[in-house]
Design a protein around this ligand. Structure first.
Ligand code: DP6
Length: 345
């Protein structure tokens, strides 16, 4: 018999950024973070895992290409998952010994890899949940998120939908560093995200390298993790629970700027945003000023692409502006009224 399981894991985009590790092997962060998980129909990884006694070795296929499974991060995840399965098998002798068999894993993204679109987050989240499902592990999602964290820090947040916190924890072994859900997407269903792909070229400085340089060289970073983030974490969590978009948006934009400021304060400096990214930032502020209320928030990860958060009711107000800026909005171009377009001339 071949046992199989498939799952999808969506991309999550941090609104309070994880940047800095206190343990690089276990991916233990220097601060807690918050993110919004995109919907299953948008940017996601689909992973299938299979196991059978006759499989000869562990194999991994990513986007149609064979991929090495011998990297430390993947191995750490597989070891932990097999260990949990082994514990189940040792308590119940009637269970098939899946923990001893090799795994065949096939994974596919529906978006460009390594363009700063958090593909490692969805990738490791899907890998770990597919195997957890295959092994029928009884652990909670938060417990499984600790394993995904070892694959890629931000991956632990993609195990939950909606609004998610990754609590940094204090323990050296990382047992208290895991994701918890702040609110379900259905608790604040009006929230929407839009990705402006400025460039789909692979980023120069990976987040893993970048954050270590920041930890080692930036003075500003110390201020960020000691004072700025702990306060912001509480304010943002409350804004999500209370569905206070203006506060959520302000904290999201300020945190993106704070994170990119620590990148500039690293030595040598790291630049993830380009001129187009910066133009998008000023446009968002112009849009909010134009309407006299906060209707859009921007955030940038370790790359030039923008993610905008806005409420569904403001979509046409926002897209009319984007239309004017970029000359098109796929699927939307015919929906603007003449008055809306006129307003931005
Ligand atoms: C800027 O999770 O990719 O997107 O733990 O080394 O795999 P590793 O880093 P990764 O870093 C993500 C950084 C970020 C912010 C965030 O998602 O919180």
């Amino acid at each position: 018999t071949v046992y199989t399981a498939s799952v999808t894991a969506p991309v999550n985009i941090a609104t309070l950024k994880y940047w800095g590790k206190r343990d690089t092997k276990l991916n233990l962060p220097t601060n807690s973070s918050i993110s919004v998980t995109l919907s299953q129909d948008d940017l996601r990884t689909l992973t299938s895992a299979a196991t059978a006694p006759e499989f000869e070795r562990d194999t991994l296929w990513l986007n149609g290409e064979p991929h090495s499974i011998d990297n430390e991060r993947t191995q750490n995840c597989l070891r932990d998952l097999r260990q949990l399965r082994k514990e189940m098998e040792s308590k119940d002798a009637s269970l098939p010994t899946l923990s001893q068999w090799k795994l065949h894993i096939v994974s596919e993204n529906n978006f460009p890899t390594a363009a700063g679109l958090a593909s490692s987050a969805a990738g490791f989240a899907a890998l770990v949940s597919a195997i957890a499902k295959l092994y029928q592990l009884p652990q909670s999602t938060s417990e499984i998120s600790r394993i995904a964290r070892k694959g890629s820090g931000s991956a632990c947040r993609s195990l939950f939908g909606g609004y998610v916190a990754w609590e940094m924890g204090k323990a050296e072994d990382g047992h208290d560093s895991m994701a918890v859900q702040i609110a379900d997407s259905s608790d604040w269903p009006q929230m929407k995200a839009c990705v402006l792909v400025v460039s789909d070229i692979k980023k120069d400085v990976s987040s893993t390298q970048g954050m270590q340089l920041t930890v080692a060289t930036s003075e500003l970073f110390k201020e960020r993790i000691e004072h700025v983030v702990p306060k912001r974490f509480e304010v943002m969590r409350k804004a999500i629970v209370e569905k206070d978009f203006a506060t959520f948006a302000k904290e999201t934009m300020m945190d993106s700027n704070s994170f990119h400021a620590t990148c500039l304060d690293s030595f040598p400096p790291i630049f993830y945003m380009n001129d187009t990214s910066k133009r998008i930032i000023s446009w968002c502020h112009t849009i909010n000023q134009f309407y006299g209320e906060t209707i859009v928030a921007y955030t940038f990860d370790a790359g030039p692409n923008a993610v905008l958060y806005y409420l569904a009711e403001n979509e046409s107000k926002l897209f009319a502006f984007i239309y004017k800026l970029f000359g098109s909005v796929p699927g939307w171009d015919k929906k603007f009224t003449a008055e809306q377009l006129e307003a931005f001339n």
